[in-house]
Design a protein around this ligand. Structure first.
Ligand SMILES: Nc1ncnc2c1ncn2[C@@H]1O[C@H](COP(=O)(O)OP(=O)(O)OP(=O)(O)O)[C@@H](O)[C@H]1O
Length: 703
């Protein structure tokens, strides 16, 4: 606002020599608040104001009182175009106003200046309030006592408190964050300060700038501008997850072995991966400026899959043969906007030549592996097919396969199975296929050696070691089996006192002959066998646990014949052929014979089959044997068969006793296969059988 806008226009002036009364009359007539006093040249030299004339009282009515007597010489002349605020700062109540050439054009009253400035201030205040209310950010100001003095519309919206409720109240009664009060105390400016407030509806995050209001160096209040950025925070989180997603997508596209290009609906290429460069030879950078039409023009593709996708409004797969004879499978997938319009096409290019090569290689590998498999099976069956060894059932094949594998290593093997199942046969297979096959295979039937002889049998003795010993001394089984295999059958019958010695020999790999002082190193592979339950013997204290663990390194269980019936007929044929050769005869078995043999439970297992076949061949007079004439299951006689012993003449009782024992024990051993079983069947101790067998041998009688 300028001086000319609020001045009272007037060009009347008075001379210093004019009477005060004259000046009073002019003021009264014109209603002016004062008149400028000019000299003869028209220069303003003072001012007479209405108040001053009145203050002079009745004296002004006297002719002698001149203007110069009552005028104020300290006069502040204002230019028409000066801002009104200039007048406010000057110490005068009436101001003469002049134009640019210094001619008096008006009079300005200080109270008009005050009114004008107040009006301007009101307008400005109104404007500031409008500006504050139109601000998106909440604005709150407080005075030095924390009383809210400003609270704009955005603050209303953000805090859900009415301006009318907020103004004049202490800040802590209106809003939760009290940070503005801290500013009153510390006077620090706080910029971009983030804080969150928990509401029942959820958490809101705010960003605020707070600053103190300072007047004359004193904090008189504080103002805070704040913004609810919960939405931005959410968007920012969304944005970073979208960015992450974009990165992942890029990584996926780049890691694809297939070529991938993305175009807009017009075929303009937006993106292509490295694999596409590998397949087509067009650098991924230069392809960015191309279209699908360019690629077809270059002969990379014979037709545009983008056009096909647009035409068919869906996924399209095309088969392409490139100029360098690569076969490509090109699939275009449309990407649609919310309206369902196609906006992008993602093209996957697969080089089928690689796949075809791989397919061919795979087929070749399969053929090769089938050939190797066939050869392996042949080799395996060649290995399994040992002369005189029948391995037809799956169970027995598994046993022999394991045995062949174990032949390659030196582990101690424990063969488990009923009497006559073929434990010794399997032990021999292991030995025969091992690196020790050139060494000896020594079998020791632990149950057949008298307790007092076992050590000398196993470890040998030096000359003169004991009475009755060979003069020259004798090597034991360990020495005989050096560099070969020692098969310890019926290991469960080993006397306890010898078990500890055997364990030491196995651990130290050396033995000491009886009567000897020097240990003899031996390189022997130990295979043991038993038809007893060693764990039970261990529990009963009849077998040392440490020896049991030392021997039970690799156990192989040979199933009984009744559990592998597929072996029965091949075994029968095998033994038939064998005994026909031995006895020089040829006979046939009827269907009935095979049926009976198949149905029988074979408690004596393979050994029993062997005996039965021999018996059938030698006892039958017919060329075709019609049935198994002898009772098959007569292997474990429990009844007293008194009529089985016949006396045909007189002979010494001792001789008769020996002969009876020879026949009976010999029969039992042949039928049942072990001293253990024979002892059980004859209802005596096993040691009795062993003792009697030795007595018979000592009497020159063979079993
Ligand atoms: N698979 C087989 N093929 C041919 N003959 C076999 C087969 N299995 C065992 N035999 C024969 O059966 C008889 C008994 O076999 P072997 O002595 O190996 O049995 P074992 O289990 O060791 O018996 P024991 O426990 O009584 O010592 C032997 O004459 C052996 O040749």
């Amino acid at each position: 606002m300028l001086v000319q806008d609020i001045m009272i226009p007037c060009n009347i002036t008075v001379q210093p020599g004019q009477t005060a009364l004259e000046a009073w009359r002019i003021i009264k007539e014109t209603q002016l608040i004062g008149l400028p006093v000019t000299d003869r040249q028209g220069v303003i030299i003072g001012i007479v104001s209405r108040n001053e004339i009145i203050n002079c009282g009745p004296i002004v009515l006297e002719e002698s009182i001149k203007v110069q007597d009552i005028m104020q010489q300290e006069v502040y002349v204002l230019k028409e175009e000066a801002p009104v605020s200039d007048a406010w700062t000057l110490p005068a109540n009436v101001f003469p106003v002049v134009d640019n050439s210094g001619v008096v054009t008006g009079i300005l009253d200080r109270s008009d200046v005050g009114h004008a400035l107040f009006k301007v201030a009101s307008q400005m205040f109104q404007q500031i309030e409008t500006i504050m209310d139109s601000a998106h950010n909440g604005i709150v100001s407080i005075d030095k006592d924390g009383i809210i003095s400003t609270f704009n519309l955005a603050a209303e919206r953000i805090t859900h408190r009415k301006k009318s409720e907020a103004l004049g109240k202490h800040l802590s009664e209106v809003i939760i964050p009290r940070g503005l009060l801290d500013i009153l105390e510390n006077g620090n400016y706080q910029s971009h300060y983030k804080f969150s407030v928990e509401y029942s509806s959820g958490t809101h995050i705010y960003l605020t700038n707070r600053s103190p209001i300072i007047e004359n160096g004193q904090i008189v209040g504080a103002i805070g501008v704040f913004q609810d950025i919960s939405e931005f925070e959410f968007i920012s989180e969304e944005l970073s997850s979208v960015k992450q997603l974009n990165k992942e997508l890029e990584a996926i596209i780049e890691s694809s072995y297939d070529g991938i290009i993305i175009t807009d609906r017009n075929g303009q290429i937006i993106r292509a991966n490295k694999a596409h460069e590998r397949i087509t030879g067009i650098p991924a950078e230069s392809i960015q400026n191309m279209t699908m039409a360019d690629l077809t023009a270059k002969g990379v593709y014979s037709q545009s899959v983008v056009d096909a996708v647009i035409a068919q409004n869906g996924t399209v797969t095309l088969s392409e043969l490139t100029s360098n004879h690569s076969q490509l499978l090109v699939t275009g997938n449309p990407v649609r906007n919310l309206k369902g319009e196609i906006v992008r096409v993602v093209i996957n290019t697969r080089d089928m030549s690689d796949l075809n090569n791989l397919k061919n290689q795979l087929e070749e590998s399969i053929a090769l592996s089938e050939r190797y498999h066939g050869e392996l099976t042949q080799l395996r069956s060649k290995l399994i097919d040992q002369p005189g060894l029948i391995v037809k059932s799956i169970q027995m094949k598994q046993v022999v396969e394991v045995a062949l594998r174990l032949a390659q290593v030196n582990s101690t093997v424990l063969l488990l199975g009923e009497s006559g199942v073929g434990k010794e046969v399997v032990a021999k297979v292991i030995h025969k296929h091992s690196k020790r096959s050139n060494g000896a295979f020594i079998t020791v039937n632990c149950g057949a050696i008298p307790e007092n002889l076992i050590e000398s049998e196993m470890f040998g003795y030096e000359r003169g070691a004991f009475t009755g010993a060979n003069r020259e001394g004798k090597p034991g089984m360990f020495e005989l089996a050096d560099n070969g295999t020692l098969f310890l059958d019926e290991i469960g019958d080993l006397p306890l006192h010898f078990q500890v010695k055997l364990l030491r020999a196995l651990q130290e790999r050396e033995i000491t002959r009886i009567g000897g002082t020097k240990p003899i190193p031996v390189n022997v592979r130990i295979i043991t066998a038993t038809n007893q339950h060693l764990e039970e013997l261990v529990q009963d204290g009849k077998f040392r646990e440490d020896l049991y663990f030392r021997l039970n390194v690799v156990p192989i269980t040979i199933p009984p014949l009744r559990e592998r019936k597929d072996d029965i007929i091949p075994l029968v044929y095998n033994f038939k052929k064998h005994f026909e050769k031995v006895y020089g005869m040829k006979k046939e078995f009827s269907h009935q014979v095979f049926k009976e043999l198949m149905e029988y439970q074979w408690p004596g297992n393979v050994r029993e089959i062997k005996n039965v076949v021999e018996r059938l061949l030698v006892t039958s007079t017919e060329p075709v044997i019609k049935s198994v004439a002898i009772p098959l299951n007569n292997t474990t006689p429990q009844r007293q068969e008194t009529n089985k012993v016949t006396v045909q003449g007189i002979l010494p009782l001792k001789t008769a006793q020996l002969e009876m024992e020879r026949q009976l024990i010999g029969y039992a051993l042949k039928e049942l296969g072990s001293t253990y079983k024979a002892a059980k069947a004859l209802q005596v101790d096993q040691s009795t059988i062993v003792r009697k067998v030795n007595r018979l041998k000592n009497n020159g009688m063979s079993l």
